[in-house]
Design a protein around this ligand. Structure first.
Ligand code: AGP
Length: 605
């Protein structure tokens, strides 16, 4: 995780670096720092906590200089303190780092024995001491960097700045993304294209193992062996991350409210208005695929869990799903007629990216359902289905999740058509049901009062249990994740039928139990599970539609959700999962958009 930036500017760069760090804060906000070279001298400001703390320090102690590097941190090695904040500096060299240096202990012991004075607990500090020792041997900054990189094991994106060098930045990439931006008389380095979006649209993506010497008028890229290589400049039009909340109290509230229009946008992009035919990106022949393997993390994994039902039921194709951090370590059995689908908002999640790379050459094709179209995953997969949700700033994923769901549903329908598992009439019905999603999501959002009332009760509790069956089980999981993430309340989710195999022991008259149960084939069975909870005095809230509310009239609290066709119900109940968590977090007074310990993009294993 962590966001890094570097600028060779034509005026003082601190404000430019701060702007880029603001756009990178989604990668972590444990501490921030900037180093610049001014009149040959290297100087640095660092602060624990969010970027605002660094900004305050810079008001009191401004930092001048036309060349600089900056960092926003998600702590891996060492507490989120000033000492552990980047940039790290040793003598004439400063560095910012995203990733983990796995052999740092060995290097630290060696450097300490040679007289280096460590002032932090980070793995990163070994890099500056190593570079300094090579400079002291008389090497140039370029040679010292190359020698340093050769000693590092692990994953990293790095930007180096050197005393006395006002026209030199050195960048390196292994395992963590890094992009070079070309301006007019200015050059930039950033963790991603979004960081550089308002500065330039001309980008060079560094490839695995690349490192680059950058001046205002030149870029030299080298591979791991030190051989100069050619990397193209690509022009990328990017929406810069929306900087304001458009009148909403939080980015999360704004992003939840955007969902009807985003779903509409996805439908318009992937369904031909005239013929009604699906116009999803081509490249996968679903009739030649024997199995789909889906891999993702967190909320994106729950999107896969819902999609498993859709692909199996609509397209009759077997689906396996896996959490990305587990996938490659269990040495999965893959076949040449498998399709791997990875799902990711950021497109930079380290484990998901590693899963994509793991299957190379073992499966027929890879398809990425990704929100950030310039991301590593988007660029490396064989086929890309962009989810078109626009920049998501709130750490808790909301609009990106429902955009993933609708994209996956359309893919499942496409698979069903290509595999001839849906007849014309069935397809017509399905597409007409899908067209109702934006309107039904609007209606689900309108129940703010109901969610807020239930949230008041959840906010009083230390634990909450969510239950659901079928596609509502992943919704229960998503609701529990959202609640934990932004309200810090311990929450668990179970498939309702699994309750009696253990978790029912938790039920007493203090435990809130939230049950997702729209009417449909599984409604009666879920209601039976609910009765088991009520018989043990659990504090039940039922989320169901009008017909379900009528049938379950003895329940203490009911939120009546819009009546939705079964196939699209997950998209509608996802709103309830988000709104319950959001309103509970408000009631608890937590930091909704930047909850503690989290980062939006998880670029370390
Ligand atoms: C969701 O609210 C989370 N912040 C988190 O679980 C997220 O979905 C997960 O880290 C995966 O991220 P990605 O979609 O960017 O790959």
């Amino acid at each position: 995780m962590c966001g890094i930036v570097g600028v060779l500017g034509s005026h003082d760069v601190t404000p430019v670096i701060l702007g880029a760090l603001k756009r990178l804060e989604y990668r972590g906000y444990d501490s921030a720092g900037i180093a610049t070279v001014h009149k040959g001298a290297l100087d640095c400001r660092r602060a624990a906590g969010k970027l605002i703390n660094l900004q305050e320090i810079l008001v009191r102690e401004p930092l001048r200089g036309f060349a600089g590097i900056g960092h926003t941190r998600w702590a891996t090695h060492g507490a989120p303190s000033v000492e552990n904040a980047h940039p790290h500096r040793s003598g004439p060299v400063a560095v910012v780092h995203n990733g983990i240096i796995e052999n740092f202990q060995e290097l630290r012991d060696e450097l300490t024995a040679a007289g280096a004075n460590f002032t932090s607990d980070t793995d990163t500090e070994t890099i500056v001491h190593l570079a300094r020792s090579h400079l002291a041997e008389g090497m140039t900054p370029l040679d010292a960097t190359h020698a340093t990189l050769r000693r590092l094991e692990g994953a990293f994106a790095l930007a180096f700045l050197f005393e006395g060098e006002e026209d030199l930045l050195i960048a390196a990439r292994r395992g963590s993304p890094l992009v070079i931006g070309h301006g007019s008389d200015e050059m930039y380095v950033g963790s991603d294209a979004i960081a550089l979006a308002p500065l330039t649209d001309k980008l060079t993506y560094l490839e695995e193992g690349d490192w680059a010497a950058i001046t205002r008028s030149s870029v030299q890229v080298f591979d791991t062996g030190g051989k100069e290589v050619d990397r193209p400049i690509v022009k990328i039009a990017l929406e810069s991350a929306a900087a304001n909340k458009s009148g909403h109290r939080h980015f999360m509230a704004k992003e939840m409210a955007e969902q009807p229009s985003i779903i509409q946008k996805v439908l318009a992009a992937y369904i031909n208005e005239g013929s009604g035919a699906l116009t999803l990106p081509e490249g996968v022949q679903f009739n030649e695929i024997r199995r789909v393997v889906m891999v993702a993390c967190g909320t994106a994994f729950y999107a896969c869990q819902v999609a498993k039902y859709w692909f199996e039921q609509i397209a009759r194709i077997p689906v396996e799903i896996d959490i990305a951090s587990e996938f490659r370590y269990r040495d999965p059995v893959l076949q040449h007629d498998d399709l791997l689908i990875v799902v990711s908002q950021s497109g930079e999640t380290a484990d998901t990216l590693a899963a994509l790379r793991h299957v190379a050459g073992q499966v027929r094709q890879t398809l990425a359902v990704v929100n950030v179209p310039t991301s590593s995953i988007a660029r490396e997969a064989d086929v890309l289905v962009p989810t078109l949700a626009g920049p998501e700033i709130g750490v808790a994923s909301t609009k990106a999740f429902t955009a993933q769901l609708i994209s996956l549903l359309l893919l499942a329908v496409k698979a069903g058509v290509e595999r001839e598992k849906i007849d014309a009439e069935g397809l017509k019905t399905l597409m007409s049901e899908i067209s109702t999603v934006p309107g039904l999501i609007s209606q689900a959002l309108d129940r703010e009062q109901d969610y807020a009332q239930v949230a008041q009760k959840l906010a009083q509790s230390d634990d909450v249990l969510f239950l659901g069956r079928g596609v509502m089980f992943p919704m229960a999981l998503e609701a529990a994740l959202k609640l934990k993430e932004i309200s810090y309340i311990h929450a668990e989710a179970y498939a309702a039928g699994e309750l009696k195999h253990g978790p029912i022991a938790l039920i007493d008259n203090t435990l809130p139990v939230v049950i997702f149960a729209p009417t449909g084939a599984l409604f009666d069975k879920t209601v039976s599970n609910m009765q088991e909870v009520m018989a043990r005095h659990g504090q039940v809230t039922l989320l169901t539609d009008a017909a379900g509310a009528k049938l379950a009239c003895d329940v203490q609290n009911v939120i009546v959700m819009p009546t939705a066709p079964v196939v699209i119900a997950p998209l509608i109940y996802a709103i309830a999962a988000q709104m319950l968590a959001y309103n509970t977090a408000i009631a608890r007074g937590t930091d909704v958009d930047q909850p503690r310990n989290l980062a939006k993009s998880v670029t370390v294993e």
